[in-house]
Design a protein around this ligand. Structure first.
Ligand code: CAA
Length: 257
């Protein structure tokens, strides 16, 4: 891996993926995205991993797709390169993913953070979809996920002017979970990951899938989907362990089975 660092056992049951193109503010070139896709696929299959944290560095989570790599491409080049199939695969990650964001999360960087399930930000974080300033528009979910997260008026303003919002605004708009001082953003993300890693990984996977389904369906179908996953949770050993532990007034010991 040239552009990302992967630590599957950063903490018990928690993997850390760090984007590592610091000079280019972690601009997401095709190779980085390919590496990220492969890493997430492998971590998703790794039984020891329960939660995945994705981060950048203090200055940048990621400043977007690599503009220099795209600048001379034609529409047909872009169609053939088919970069978004990589993003589609990343979206399929079944384990909970937390973005630990400091500095710039712009364009594809903001879209990558939004592809994660939760976002912890440092107080220096800035979120934006500035593609309009370079003559294009968001292409990796920015118009869809941002609008679902913060609503039409704010999303239109960000997408049509390219303006950035700071971490406090992002929190107030409901885009992110928490803002902390810059020296704490990774440890805060790890704290959240640790809380989730204590839960049944089977239940977490089913719950994540069900929450995400709410964005893609109407209420009755979503409730039906939720119910199926609720019943499926009863096929796990973790269900009997969790309920038995409650009755015996002890902490559960989940095995992910
Ligand atoms: N692609 C390629 N290189 C980038 C980049 C990007 N998205 N963002 C920053 N860089 C590079 C700069 O070119 C610069 O490289 P050099 O030193 O070789 O010149 C280096 O990173 C540092 O950047 P700056 O000197 O510009 O740093 P700054 O602090 O003055 O500005 C910034 C920071 C405001 C983030 C500015 O770099 C910027 O505006 N970047 C582009 C942001 C953007 O438009 N992102 C959207 C990309 S399109 C997209 O993402 C499409 C999609 O939806 C998938």
């Amino acid at each position: 891996m040239e552009f990302i660092n992967v630590t599957p056992d950063y903490k018990p049951h928690i993997a850390l993926v760090q984007l590592n193109r610091p000079k280019e503010l972690n601009a997401l070139n095709l190779q980085l995205m390919q590496e990220l896709k492969e890493a997430l696929k492998s971590l998703d299959q790794d039984e020891t991993v329960r939660v995945i944290v994705i981060t950048g560095n203090e200055r940048a989570f990621a400043a977007g797709a690599d503009i220099k790599q795209m600048a001379d491409k034609s529409a047909i080049d872009m169609l053939k390169i088919d970069q978004f199939s990589t993003w589609d695969q990343i979206k399929k990650t079944r384990k909970p993913m937390i973005a630990a964001v400091s500095g710039f999360a712009l364009g594809g960087g903001c879209e990558l953070a939004m592809t994660c399930d939760m976002i912890i930000a440092s107080e220096t974080a800035q979120f934006g979809q500035p593609e309009i300033k370079i003559g294009v528009m968001p292409g990796a979910g920015g118009t869809q996920r941002l609008t679902k997260a913060i609503g039409k008026a704010r999303s239109m303003e960000m997408v049509l002017t390219g303006k950035f919002i700071n971490a406090d605004e992002a929190l107030q708009y409901g885009l992110i979970n928490k803002v902390v001082p810059v020296e704490l953003y990774l440890s805060e993300a790890m704290h959240l990951a640790t809380e989730i890693a204590k839960m049944s990984p089977v239940a977490a996977m089913l719950a994540k899938e069900s929450v995400n389904r709410s964005f893609e369906t109407h209420l009755d179908e979503g409730l039906h989907f939720e119910r199926k996953n609720f019943y499926l949770a009863f096929a796990s050993e973790d269900q009997s362990e969790g309920m038995q532990a409650f009755i015996e007034k002890r902490n559960p010991d989940y095995k992910g089975k």
